[in-house]
Design a protein around this ligand. Structure first.
Ligand SMILES: *[C@@H]1O[C@H](CO)[C@@H](O)[C@H](O)[C@H]1NC(C)=O
Ligand SMILES: *[C@@H]1O[C@H](CO)[C@@H](O)[C@H](O)[C@H]1NC(C)=O
Ligand SMILES: *[C@@H]1O[C@H](CO)[C@@H](O)[C@H](O)[C@H]1NC(C)=O
Ligand SMILES: *[C@@H]1O[C@H](CO)[C@@H](O)[C@H](O)[C@H]1NC(C)=O
Length: 556
């Protein structure tokens, strides 16, 4: 038996080598034979657009099914699939439901004898947009460090996050697509020379939130390490979904009904581009939700994350952080008139807290936040940076640090915290919006981890330095569970882990700097603010008797 397996391994290995030398790599997986192609921008092979799951055509808003075995060789050449959405670059409605594809980038050093760690990237995009192909996520910077890079599509918008009170569409199908992809990776990555025991899941914004969902809710052993970039569950409002969504979209398309299943049957027959357009026109939005529990449904998220411990984090290596000017892209280009007409304090508070009909408390809290960030100044366009700081703190920064705290409370042993402050030519969002000045905005780091197809080459020396530093640290986390296993010329510091006593972090810039507690003054204010208002956080359920809530009412 063992001899037989050994012989098979040798045959497969031989195939691998022969195939590589002839230019078209072939991999024999449990699901069939895949033929990829050699990359032209590095020493690696690409297997593009392998379908890992199939959307149920008669019920595209519900669960997808694992993709069946391939009978003949699959030519894995095409990474252009996109799930239905209005993509963010040309603002056109694109995509098809045949989109649940995976892309695998394999350094030439990978083999059965030398299986490489696996770096899985989950795209962000507010669960509304995003796609995995090399248009944005070119892998050449990362594969240099001997990690296999994997990207995949998952459903977004109405097809990924319709959340209803019927068992056929309980919600969060986009997250469940991701689980199918992670299972596929666990089962099949070995055939590509990957180490299924060393999988890191990573992502920015909605991608990081997705990874955090899998850490909170996942029951299977699908990953060992996690990288959360400006995206944690604590930074989104996880609501109860909108059971009227199908009715409103159908109505927008002039199909009027009060029966949700009728509307769904109708929408299943409509071109997905029209569904996307109608949902936008009707103002229906979609995001992760608390699912209603059903006996036969494929439930995943049924408890609010605020009330959930994360015991698994004890055994997971964590890299987590954010950028130093997260919301600058939102506020720096906002027209003065819009700026003056907005109530930023209220929307910051309302994103996280619900004071119900306690108007007095809301008024007090608004005053406290206003005084802290703005003194007694009128909030005009003059105060853009202060508004940016408040928006960043409420939207990303403090949520990330609450997550750090939660992981520490759950006995995480190996966690590394960063803040990116570098601003160069490749800051993804600033580049796209043509912004200059300020620090690193939300999602800016993508340009230093990935070779974005439309960005200019060659890189400036400073940009190249940040690319080298970030991909080295990120790949080390995937390889060793430690971003700085040794001091090197490139990174001449040791990145200390976060402990309960010291919240170390590194500031990523052309000079790397170790410090503790990013934005400690603003964060200390918010620590107190959250403690004072804990019971009013959306989703909060008291652990003990309700009377313990009295501790928090002394401010009134
Ligand atoms: C597709 O979804 C419908 C409705 O939930 C279900 O009846 C059907 O069995 C599904 N198809 C497959 C192949 O699972
Ligand atoms: C946007 O349009 C440009 C120019 O036509 C094209 O090259 C690019 O692929 C498009 N991007 C997307 C994401 O559709
Ligand atoms: C729905 O009906 C209105 C009014 O007749 C019409 O203007 C609109 O184009 C129709 N929409 C669709 C999607 O057919
Ligand atoms: C970006 O800014 C530069 C310099 O200010 C300007 O020349 C260019 O037209 C701008 N591009 C876009 C797309 O706005």
């Amino acid at each position: 038996m063992i001899l037989f397996e050994l012989l098979c391994a040798i045959v497969i290995l031989k195939q691998h080598i022969e195939a590589v030398s002839s230019g078209n790599p072939i991999v024999n997986t449990k699901l069939g034979i895949m033929r990829g192609k050699a990359a032209t921008d590095g020493d690696y092979n690409m297997f593009l657009g392998i379908p890992y799951a199939k959307v149920n055509k008669t019920y595209p808003f519900g669960p997808a099914l694992p993709y069946p075995r391939f009978e003949s060789t699959f030519d894995a050449y095409d990474d252009s699939a996109i799930c239905p959405q209005t993509e963010e670059f040309n603002h056109t409605i694109v995509g098809t439901l045949d989109c649940l594809h995976i892309n695998i980038y394999v350094p030439d050093s990978a083999s059965a004898q030398n299986p490489l760690p696996v770096f899985v990237w989950i795209y962000g995009g507010s669960f509304r947009i995003g796609f995995a192909g090399r248009f944005l996520y070119g892998p050449s910077f990362l594969v240099r460090h001997d990690v296999i890079v994997v990207t995949f599509n998952y459903r977004v918008g109405p097809y990924g996050f319709m959340c209803l009170d019927i068992p056929e569409v309980p919600g969060n199908e986009g997250l469940k697509d991701q689980i199918l992809a992670l299972r596929w990776i666990k089962e099949n990555i070995g055939a590509f020379g990957g180490d299924a025991a060393k999988v890191t899941i990573s992502g920015n914004s909605g991608g990081g939130m997705s990874a955090d969902f899998h850490l909170h809710y996942g029951k299977e052993d699908l990953f060992k390490r996690i990288i959360l970039q400006s995206g944690v569950i604590a930074a989104i409002t996880v609501g109860d979904g909108d059971p009227t969504a199908p009715l409103r979209i159908a109505d927008q398309l002039n199909y009027t009904t009060n029966d949700v299943k009728d509307a769904l049957s109708y929408l299943s027959t409509v071109n997905p581009h029209d569904v996307i357009a109608a949902a936008e026109e009707a103002g229906v939005t979609f995001s992760p939700c608390i699912e209603k529990e059903f006996t036969n449904a494929n439930n995943y998220v049924t408890v609010h994350p605020l009330n959930l411990d994360v015991p698994r984090v004890k055994d997971i290596d964590v890299l987590i952080g954010f950028n130093n000017d997260e919301m600058s892209a939102v506020y720096s280009s906002m027209p003065d008139a819009v700026f003056a007409a907005s109530d930023f304090v209220l929307s910051s508070i309302n994103g996280i807290f619900d004071f119900g009909d306690n108007e007095e408390r809301l008024t007090q809290m608004r005053e406290i936040v206003t005084h802290f960030y703005f003194g007694d100044e009128d909030i005009t366009a003059e105060l853009r940076q202060q508004v940016t700081d408040m928006g960043s703190d409420f939207g990303v920064n403090h949520g990330t640090l609450r997550t750090v705290k939660k992981y520490l409370d759950n006995e995480v042993e190996n966690m590394y915290l960063y803040v990116l402050s570098y601003s160069g030519e490749r800051n993804f969002v600033k580049h796209r919006l043509n912004l200059t000045g300020g620090g690193a905005a939300h999602a800016d780091e993508i340009g230093y981890l990935f070779d974005i197809s439309y960005m200019e080459k060659p890189l400036t020396p400073d940009d190249q330095l940040i690319v080298d530093i970030m991909t080295y640290l990120w790949a080390n986390l995937a390889k060793y569970g430690n971003p700085t296993p040794a001091v090197s010329e490139l990174v001449p510091i040791e990145w200390p882990r976060v402990t309960k006593e010291k919240w170390h972090y590194i500031d990523i810039n052309t000079e790397l700097e170790v410090s503790t507690r990013p934005f400690h003054d603003r964060m200390a204010f918010l620590d107190l603010f959250f403690k004072k208002n804990e019971q009013f956080q959306r989703g909060y359920e008291p652990e003990q008797e309700p009377s313990s809530a009295q501790n928090f009412t002394d401010l009134d």
